[in-house]
Design a protein around this ligand. Structure first.
Ligand code: RNT
Ligand code: ZN
Length: 426
């Protein structure tokens, strides 16, 4: 589909009138959309491999990119070039999310507890030139010291110390990244700790994790641009019976900590019938900030590419209805190695942005009014009506205004890139 400007504009003008009848100003919504930034995870581009020579391909921690599509980025330059290309197909200005394993150390072996901002120079320079922000994650998996299944909650003091040091180093790096770029940098802690089978010392591991987090968050690090967050999980491959950092654990931790820490909700980290959308307002009542990892579980935490499904839409609607776009950070978290990785990035990012636009276009005031009147039949009927408003025409206008291919014409560009760039990586 290749739409010309006349048609995009005409469709938009008609849609604008329809939304106006419902009391929504689409021009205003489009200008809000321009200020929305999501975090694009670098790890979709290389199947969460990273650049550490010693641990490349080691995997572990229960996260697993399946598939063998050609063209995986093999180094920083390839990954940045792929990301940059993906960003040219995603409307808006977005951040990039890094993991510690994406450090570039010039062939030198640098242990994770010795990392510094210097090892992210290339990423910083690249981001500065493009005026984009960077988020950060310590990497507590794919490492010999994580093979026991425990890191920050390990009963082995040496192992635990190593990971605490890594946690502190990562906060320092994130703080400096934020300062350099003058943009918020979220440092999200996710640890794989847990066990495949029935575990007796659950309480002990959780007490140890609490103490480790206390040490990490007590380290004096400038928080001008740094936002700390912690991510829970229900189970993982190899941690089916016990996950130390459960949702309850982190809720308790964040709400009672003297430090300002956000909760991260990954859409794949809950029981399949649980609604993450409904958790947002509960947590916002107690916590200043929330981080979202948009993902798509398929029967389990499978990290499938995000699509515009009910779950993602409900999440965005909750943020819109709570007027909390300044307190809720959107990040992507999936890894599919079975399809072209750029298609995965672009599809997921566009779907996430579509859900936000869809939510912003919702005539929420009409729902509120119906609720205030106690007319719940009207509320239900309106919700159904909203589903078929001409959202697509506004989305196309957003892409067009952002100088991004409209409709699926971006696919042709990916195919060209595949031929020219990705094929040579075989
Ligand atoms: C794992 C978590 C975590 C990772 C990334 C790579 O289950 O979702 O966020 O996917 O940090
Ligand atoms: Zn996640």
């Amino acid at each position: 589909m290749n739409l010309d400007y006349e048609k995009i504009l005409a469709d938009y003008e008609r849609a604008k009138e329809v939304y106006k009848d419902f009391g929504v100003d689409t021009d205003e919504v489009l200008s809000k959309m321009k200020g929305i930034s999501i975090s694009l995870h670098c790890w979709q581009g290389d199947d969460v491999t990273g650049f550490e020579e010693a641990t490349k391909g080691m995997g572990g921690g229960g996260i697993l990119a399946t598939g063998n599509y050609f063209g995986r980025a093999r180094n920083g330059d390839e990954l940045r070039s792929d990301l940059e290309f993906a960003m040219s197909l995603i409307p808006g200005k977005h951040k990039v999310n890094l993991h510690a394993i994406y450090a570039e150390t010039d062939g030198k072996k640098v242990e994770r507890n010795e990392l510094s901002i210097d090892h992210f120079e290339k990423w910083l320079k690249w981001a500065k030139e493009r005026d984009i922000g960077i988020d950060f994650n310590p990497t507590f998996f794919a490492h010999p010291k994580a093979q026991s299944g425990y890191t920050l909650s390990s009963t082995d003091t040496e192992i635990r110390k190593f990971w605490i040091e890594h946690g502190i180093k990562s906060r320092e790096i994130a703080s400096q990244i934020g300062k350099e770029l003058k943009k918020t940098c979220i440092n999200n802690i996710w640890i794989p700790d847990g066990s495949k089978d029935f575990t007796a010392k659950r309480y002990e591991h959780r007490k140890i994790l609490k103490e480790s987090l206390d040490e990490i968050f007590s380290a004096s690090v400038d928080k001008t641009y740094l936002v700390d967050s912690v991510e829970s999980k229900l189970f993982g491959i190899g941690s089916e019976a016990f996950v130390v950092g459960s949702h309850e654990f982190y809720m308790g931790y964040v709400f009672t900590s003297k430090h300002d820490i956000a909760i991260c909700f990954d859409l794949g980290h809950f029981h399949p019938t649980e609604s993450v959308a409904d958790k947002i307002s509960s947590v916002l009542a107690f916590s200043k900030k929330v981080l979202l990892h948009l993902s798509r579980g398929m029967r389990w935490d499978s990290d499938h590419v995000v699509v515009l499904n009910d779950e993602v839409v409900s999440v965005s609607q909750e943020v819109k209805r709570a007027d909390a776009f300044d307190r809720v950070f959107f990040a992507l978290d999936f890894f599919d190695a079975s399809i072209n990785r750029i298609i995965a990035w672009v599809t997921g990012a566009r779907a996430a942005l579509k859900s936000i636009l869809y939510a912003l276009l919702e005539p929420t005031h009409l729902l509120n009014e119906a609720e205030e009147e106690g007319d719940f039949g009207k509320r239900l009927a309106l919700l159904e009506e909203f589903k078929t408003l001409p959202f697509g025409a506004v989305w196309n206008k957003f892409c067009y205004e952002s100088n991004i291919p409209v409709g699926n014409s971006w696919l042709d560009k990916v195919k060209e890139y595949e031929e020219k760039v990705l094929k040579s990586r075989i």
